[in-house]
Design a protein around this ligand. Structure first.
Ligand code: HSE
Length: 410
């Protein structure tokens, strides 16, 4: 028998309880043991819910009970999640969590603490919701030298970008609709400003490249600056705008990481990842490109990933499950050295300004004007570093927006 305590009976916590009930016999069979919920910690009671028999309000009840083998952290946020998780590990209880903020901020310390106490700290649900990605990176892709991760890692922003493009709506209008449907949080800042994607990219990269990535050092831009006209030009050239988390290891000395909206072409598999879905493409030198795709958020998909951690821990109840994540921090290369082509919107008249722009940027890859948009046009520049682009454009007042183009250097 394995006893678990779930911290928090919100969306994820209640999903974990539901999946454990719904798939009880499968989960017990795959664990090789019976999994039993012993406690659910929450601030409030749930008198009309069968969960009430497990509800406790004091974390000490859980920590003091030697029968509790696994603590499932489903509270979110850093405080008190960090304190509770640390105490659980120090009390030699295994922990699994869906909390990407916690893992990105304290993963290094918590993984070390788990190892020192011969228990496990697992976080499959922290990235890509229900998509299995951490365990595949940690166990199935170990024969490869992994050199790039690129993913759509946030459902809310992918929904917003998808419907701005499909319905020709403004960012604000789609955000309101996403909030009404319950996809976006009331305060959607960490989604739309890219922080959520950044944390997930740091977690995935820490496993894939076997060194700790500090999410605070990753250059991060969100989607608040994207407008309808950007979408119209993108569609006209058969591209879409996607918020990508992208890390790339060129050699032991050179590793880049960035979160930003990118233009991607229709030949990229991420082009067809729409709505709230997520996808992560990983490149290994032997396996080549592998893509993981599915529900990046939501109650049952996220709970499915959490419960998969419970099963994994149950199968390894007497030991620490090692992760490829080493505590030595990776030194990120200057992102301004990485090269892209840029899509740039220009205020003014195309015929009058093209020569001037070629004098500034060199030969242009493309000049685009649309009958439906007055007073501006767009260009695609040659391939150049961010440093170069920033230097060339620092005094130009006619630039309306610029978006990097993903993986296009020809
Ligand atoms: N806010 C996140 C998203 C939830 O929209 O993807 C899942 O991590």
């Amino acid at each position: 028998m394995i006893n678990i305590a779930v911290l928090g009976y919100g969306v994820v916590g209640s999903g974990v309880v539901e999946v454990l009930r719904m798939n009880k016999s499968i989960i017990d069979r795959n664990s090789g043991r019976k999994i039993r919920i012993k406690y659910v910690l929450d601030l409030i009671d749930f008198p009309n819910d069968p969960v009430q028999e497990f509800i406790v309000h004091d974390f000490d009840t859980i920590i003091d009970d030697e029968e509790v083998d696994i603590v499932v952290e489903a509270m979110g946020g850093l405080d008190p999640a960090y304190t509770f998780v640390k105490r659980a590990l120090l009390s030699k209880k295994h922990v699994c969590t869906s909390n990407k903020a916690l893992v990105a901020e304290y993963g290094n310390e918590l993984i070390r603490c788990a190892k020192e106490n011969n228990v496990s700290f697992l976080f499959e649900a922290s990235c890509g919701g229900g998509i299995p990605i951490i365990r595949p990176l940690n166990t199935a892709m170990v024969a490869d030298d992994l050199s790039s991760i690129v993913g759509i890692l946030n459902g809310t922003t992918n929904y917003i970008l998808t419907y701005m493009e499909k319905e020709n709506l403004s960012f604000e209008d789609v955000l309101r609709e996403a909030q009404r449907l319950g996809y976006a949080e009331k305060n959607p800042a960490s989604d739309v400003e890219g922080t959520d994607t950044c944390r997930k990219l740091a977690i995935l990269s820490s496993i894939a490249y076997e060194n700790y990535f500090d999410y605070k050092e990753i250059k991060t831009e969100g989607i608040t600056g994207i407008d309808i006209n950007d979408m119209l030009y993108a569609s006209a050239i058969n591209k879409k705008i996607k918020l990508l988390g992208f890390s790339k290891r060129e050699d032991n000395e050179t590793t880049f990481a960035i979160v930003a909206p990118f233009l991607i072409s229709s030949s990229n598999p991420l082009y067809n990842v729409n709505d709230v879905l997520n996808a992560i493409s990983v490149h290994g030198n032997a396996v080549n490109d592998v893509m993981y795709y599915g529900s990046g958020a939501g109650k049952l998909p996220t709970a499915s990933a959490v419960v998969s951690d419970i099963v994994e821990i149950a199968k390894n109840i007497d030991r620490h499950i090692p992760l490829r994540w080493n505590s030595e921090k990776i030194k990120l290369s200057d992102i301004n050295e990485i090269k892209f082509r840029y899509f740039v919107r220009i205020k003014g008249n195309k015929d009058e300004m093209t020569d001037k722009l070629e004098n500034i940027f060199g030969p242009l890859k493309r000049v685009i004007s649309l009958d439906t948009i007055d007073g501006e046009f767009a260009i695609i520049t040659k391939y150049m570093s961010e440093n170069k682009f920033n230097e060339l454009t620092k005094d130009l007042s006619f630039i309306l927006n610029r978006i990097r183009i993903f993986n296009e250097n020809k």
